[in-house]
Design a protein around this ligand. Sequence first.
Ligand SMILES: NC(=O)c1ccc[n+]([C@@H]2O[C@H](COP(=O)([O-])OP(=O)(O)OC[C@H]3O[C@@H](n4cnc5c(N)ncnc54)[C@H](O)[C@@H]3O)[C@@H](O)[C@H]2O)c1
Length: 327
Amino acid sequence: MKLLVTGGAGYVGGVCAQVLLEDGHEVVVVDDLSTGNADGVPTGAKFVEGDIATAGVDLIESESFDGVLHFAAQSLVGESVRQPEKYWHGNVVKTLALLEAIRRTETPRLVFSSTAAVYGEPEQVPITEDSAARPTNPYGASKLAIDHAITSYANAHGLAATSLRYFNVAGAYGGLGENRVVETHLIPLVLQTALGHRETISVFGTDYPTPDGTAVRDYIHIRDLAQAHLLALAQSRPGEHRILNLGSGTGFSVRQVISACEQVTGGPIAAVEAPRRAGDPSVLIASSERAVAELGWQPRHHDLTEIVSDAWGFLRSLGDRAHSARR
Ligand SMILES: NC(=O)c1ccc[n+]([C@@H]2O[C@H](COP(=O)([O-])OP(=O)(O)OC[C@H]3O[C@@H](n4cnc5c(N)ncnc54)[C@H](O)[C@@H]3O)[C@@H](O)[C@H]2O)c1
């Protein structure tokens, strides 16, 4: 298929674009490089630098795509609380412009990066797709609003759509990994501390009702996540909007993640205890049973040490690349 990948210079979009290419698809990436890097666009994809609402819309209207995979977004929870306008405009308004281009051109398929943040504080874990969606920040609310818009476009206009609600995506694949200017994700932050790029890693909250008192999250390997995109694309049906959680179904605490990072990097990592952050739930674990049942998805990389090792290999390769560029 000929596919448009928005946000393909970012972490998840870049790896998914790589896996789409490996699967034989033709890939065009549109990305404004606001948080991504041109280096993150995989070799073999055509890259157009620009905004989804302008360059993205132009591409959809001038080329004929079999589908759009929409990863581009603002995705910092704290920033969304301080600057909600950036999220309502950058995520919702711009995605509506894309959806309109998709409708006008009758582009048949859409796969959208939704998030566990739509669920807010869960009433029960593991979290299923039938759990109440009550986001606790504008980021999650903006993604939920897009999910609703996609449902109505699928119903009214026959779009074959899938929203994939990711839990914590981690690891690296094909020489691509997490490499953001503003990093907020736990595994790269801990590994950057191990590399000496940060002095300490903060552990927010040590009094949660969890075995070691620190918050528990579900980490899904980026390669497994990318595989689910291939399946979602192939199995989507006109007029249907599927909503599927993607997680490993296993939870690891902040302390367990730090300890896995120490094991992989081979040395102690300085951690400091800090108060809980407002709105951080104690445990977030996905039920991905629906993705397994409906897509035949089979996640293969459950092991936290493997996820951390892959992320570590990628971060070290960045250092090596910078070193060779200086020589
Ligand atoms: N990483 C995770 O753990 C996680 C979890 C849940 C959901 N998600 C969702 O997955 C998607 C990808 O996340 P990521 O971690 O790869 O983020 P990222 O910041 O690495 O990538 C996002 C990419 O989108 C681009 N972009 C942003 N706004 C744009 C615009 N208006 N026009 C063109 N390009 C634009 C950025 O430059 C960047 O390359 C996002 O939609 C995010 O909300 C990610």
